[in-house]
Ligand binder design. Structure first.
Ligand code: XUL
Length: 508
């Protein structure tokens, strides 16, 4: 028995990735999509409709219904469930589930969703997309100032769990009084697998504005201020390598073996760090998606003085950063459409026709309100864009995006020599070369399709069998392509970084 199952409960659905550590390969991938497979929950994008656009809440029963459905599919596909010898998981970060009673050991004759209904003290779970807690964040910031950032790794953030809990406790005090436990999505689903309440790990716990990363305990002042009696309603917080419990006998109906170890779940970003093989110091990961995210293993606990980057527990030990640049592919697609060009021109021709540095052309590519730095929408150039040709405009965007990532990741104090890139835009060799030259780092790609669920499977194998992460990275996420930086361009991009910083500052 050498199979490890990694689950990933994300905004849009639930995925499973199964690895065989004896054979060193992925032996199964399964998925349930909320829109197509569970339409009865009326959440095609993963959340319930709401008149208030800032409110984003999901029905937690949908998440457990997805577990039942996914295991049923695996069984029907004749997947050898009995070979699974350990499980862990990844949850969308920050979302919270409110329970009035302990998680029970489930009755196999009834669905998980039906058995969950009577123990929910709140029928909805706010998720990370919720932006309705500005007042709570202002209140927490006024009360604690910079200590929130310096002790929890992030200032008060609207999508984080603490402000969400406060809003619920203040607006619905009776339901709050009935609440016995507040779980994150990760600890909730881990508890469902075990049939009893399980702890929260340092990786996901750090996304709550409640965990003191110096002591690795819930901060008594933050919890007391956030909501009455919150400390007594939070599960314990534990290392990401903890075995949370044993699989409930409920799941034997799907062919899984009761009692196999379930390793504590973590958040999707911490799991992705592991799933792309970035859990050891000196490696950073850039995920080039709708938003671009930069995350990396950190040697010491330091925080972003600008309050844009976050610090979470690293499942491999220590800490990790997470920095989100809202204008990622969103900006690239916008410029492509504005210039009426295709991706080939964007990815290949434009950079072949221009030279590194692009004669100092820079832009602040905020096609929509930006997270890092926190500024409203508005695109600004340091040159007359009407006089520049299309190739110059494209190189300008790509170099500016690479420079903003370097500038706003510098607070970690690490000179990254190796950066793994994932996501749609990582297919562009030109963009990878620009990133290599701007960061003066080796840029690697990996052939990992589902980094969060793979990371969860790797975490399970590490926690259960103590297999070193580096061995697991070598087996499951080694690099498939490498681009080296051109050392001759170091000075050019060091100068441009200074110019970029001055340009950004001049625009407030
Ligand atoms: C991270 C965040 C998102 C969610 C997506 O802070 O809010 O990346 O984790 O599931």
């Amino acid at each position: 028995m050498s199979y490890y199952l990694g689950l990933d409960s994300s905004t849009q659905g639930l995925k499973a990735e199964i690895i065989d550590i004896a054979a060193g390969k992925v032996v199964g991938s399964f998925a349930v999509n909320f829109k197509n497979d569970l339409p009865e929950y009326k959440s095609p994008s993963g959340y319930l409709p709401n008149d208030d656009e800032s409110v984003r809440q999901a029905d937690p029963r949908m998440w457990v219904a997805a577990l039942d459905l996914l295991f049923d599919r695996m069984k029907k596909a004749d997947f050898p469930m009995e070979k699974v010898s350990g499980i862990s998981g990844s949850g969308q970060q920050h979302g919270s589930v409110y329970l009035s009673a302990p998680i029970p050991d489930w009755n196999p004759a009834q669905s998980l969703a039906d058995q969950l209904t009577p123990i929910l003290s709140r029928m909805v779970a706010p998720i990370w997309m919720d932006k309705s807690t500005e007042a709570e964040c202002e209140w927490l910031t006024k009360k604690f100032g910079g200590r929130l950032r310096s002790d929890t790794g992030s200032p008060a953030i609207v999508r984080f769990t603490g402000p969400q809990i406060r809003k619920f406790a203040m607006n619905e005090p009776e339901a709050w009084a009935k609440t016995k436990t507040v779980h994150l999505v990760s600890s909730f689903l881990c508890s469902v697998l075990c049939g009893h309440d399980c702890p929260i790990d340092y990786g996901d716990g750090a996304g709550m504005n409640l965990l003191n990363l110096h002591t690795l305990e819930w901060d008594p002042e933050f919890t007391a201020a956030t909501a009455p009696d919150l400390m007594s309603k939070l599960p314990p917080v534990k290392s990401s390598q903890t075995i949370a419990g044993k699989l409930s006998a409920y799941f034997t109906k799907y062919g899984l073996t009761a009692g196999i170890p379930v390793a504590i779940w973590s958040g999707d970003n911490p799991c992705s760090l592991i799933g792309v093989g970035g859990g050891s110091f000196g490696t950073a990961v850039i995920s080039l998606g709708t938003s671009d995210t930069f995350f990396a293993t950190m040697q010491d606990f330091v925080t972003d003085p600008d309050g844009c980057g976050h610090v979470f527990g690293n499942p491999a030990g220590g800490f990790m950063s997470l920095i989100c640049f809202t204008n990622g592919s969103f900006a690239r697609e916008h410029l492509r459409d504005e210039l009426s060009i295709d991706w080939h021109f964007f990815d290949v021709t434009a950079c072949a026709e221009t030279k590194p540095g692009n004669d100092g052309r820079l832009m602040l590519p905020y096609y929509e309100a930006e997270n890092t730095p926190a500024v409203p929408a508005g695109v600004v150039y340091n040159f007359d864009s009407a006089k520049a040709n299309k190739a110059e405009r494209v190189r300008c965007l790509l170099e500016s995006q690479a420079l903003t990532m370097r500038r706003h990741s510098a607070w970690q104090g690490c000179d990254f020599k190796r950066i793994r890139v994932t996501g749609g835009a990582s297919k562009s060799a030109t963009f990878r070369q620009i990133l290599a030259d701007v960061f003066q780092a080796q840029i690697e790609t990996v052939s990992v399709a589902n980094s969060a669920s793979l990371g969860a499977a790797i975490r399970a194998a590490n926690a259960v069998e103590n297999i070193p992460f580096d061995d697991l990275y070598a087996q499951f996420c080694s690099s498939v392509s490498v681009i080296n930086p051109d050392p001759a361009l170091r000075g050019l991009y060091d100068d441009m970084l200074e110019q970029y910083a001055a340009f950004e500052k001049s625009r407030g």
